[in-house]
Write a protein that binds this ligand. Structure first.
Ligand code: FES
Ligand SMILES: [Fe+2]
Length: 320
């Protein structure tokens, strides 16, 4: 008797979270002494900035009776204090004080995540086996350079797995069908010698504003897109992802342009990004993640992406 295969659904096909750097906040959105709740990797986390200015990201639930440190917890010097019974935890996660007891149990600690603050954002390193960062964050020398504008920011909650969003930028064919480009821009995907950094080059000369697009993808959560319209007419869009759960990802965009085109590119470009994401939205909100897509010969850039992305799932034996 034939057995009916399990049906694919949105909840049973998404892969785990890939390893890499992901953003959890803009730097300016976390003041000294501020405590915030952050959802990432299907977990509740607490993000705070100590009195000396260090950002700290830890598991949100207190090991004592499980209060959420992010909700009415307080920064005290270089520690966070639980709102329930006042236990305090240091930046390494160890309990440093129980106000009504001299002896601190060995297990009174919370997990501390590796964070780094750079390029105006706070990033967390995620690895399913909890290893130390295996590579650093890229520099963005144009940020703060007087030849470039001050950054503009936007963000968007995307109803999709972080990998599917990254895949979108290696999918020039959908530019025509979803984003109403006049045709499929000739594109090439290459991978750096280290195997980790992926480049997409697209010739957008048929677009409304003809340009050359060069996307550098540093990992599933991190990409930089450089659009060149001509000499001294360049725009950089930098995006970082916060995987909230397997089906929801917060995307943060930062835009800078060189001064020569300052008056031409700005709010319109930001609106363009949001419009572009709105085009993708109904697809993302309703698609499933395909572990083993059926590809045709014309899908070369997607095939390259899928081979490349596997390295970010060291624990997963099957295709992602
Ligand atoms: S639950 Fe945190 S101190 Fe009791
Ligand atoms: Fe898209």
């Amino acid at each position: 008797m034939a057995i009916v295969e399990t049906c694919q659904s949105k909840t049973n096909t998404t892969p785990d979270f890939p390893m890499g750097w992901f953003s959890v906040s803009r730097s300016h959105e976390l003041a000294v002494g501020e405590v915030k709740e952050v959802q990432a990797f299907d977990r509740e986390l607490v993000l705070y900035r100590t009195r000396s200015g260090v950002p700290v990201l830890q598991d949100a639930y207190c090991p004592h009776l499980g209060a959420n440190l992010a909700v009415e917890g307080r920064v005290v010097g270089e520690s966070v204090r639980c709102p329930f019974h006042g236990w305090r935890f240091g930046t390494d996660g160890k309990c440093v004080e129980i106000p009504y007891c001299d002896e601190i149990p060995e297990r009174a600690r919370i997990r501390t995540w590796h964070v780094e603050e750079k390029n105006g954002e706070i990033y967390v390193w995620f690895h399913p086996e909890n290893t130390a960062p295996q590579w650093g964050l890229p520099d963005l020398p144009e940020l703060g350079d007087p030849k470039w504008t001050t950054p503009r920011y936007t963000e968007f909650l995307v109803p999709a797995h972080v990998q599917d969003i990254a895949e979108n930028s290696c999918d020039p064919i959908h530019f025509q069908y979803v984003h109403r480009q006049p045709d499929v821009p000739p594109s090439e995907v290459t991978i750096e010698e280290n195997g980790r950094i992926l480049h997409l080059n697209s010739d957008m000369s048929n677009a409304e504003f003809p340009s050359h697009l060069h996307a550098t993808v540093y990992g599933p959560g991190f990409a930089l897109v450089r659009n060149t319209y001509g000499p001294n007419a360049e725009m950089i869009m930098y995006n970082s992802a916060q995987p909230i759960n397997p089906n929801e990802t917060r995307m943060r965009w930062t835009l800078i342009v060189n001064r020569e085109i300052e008056d031409l590119a700005g709010d319109d470009v930001m609106r363009g990004i949001i419009d572009g994401l709105s085009d993708d939205y109904p697809i993302w909100a309703n698609k499933v993640h395909k572990h083993r897509p059926v590809f045709c010969k014309g899908d070369q850039t997607l095939v390259t992406f899928r081979k490349w992305v596997r390295q970010f799932y060291p624990q997963q034996k099957e295709a992602v």
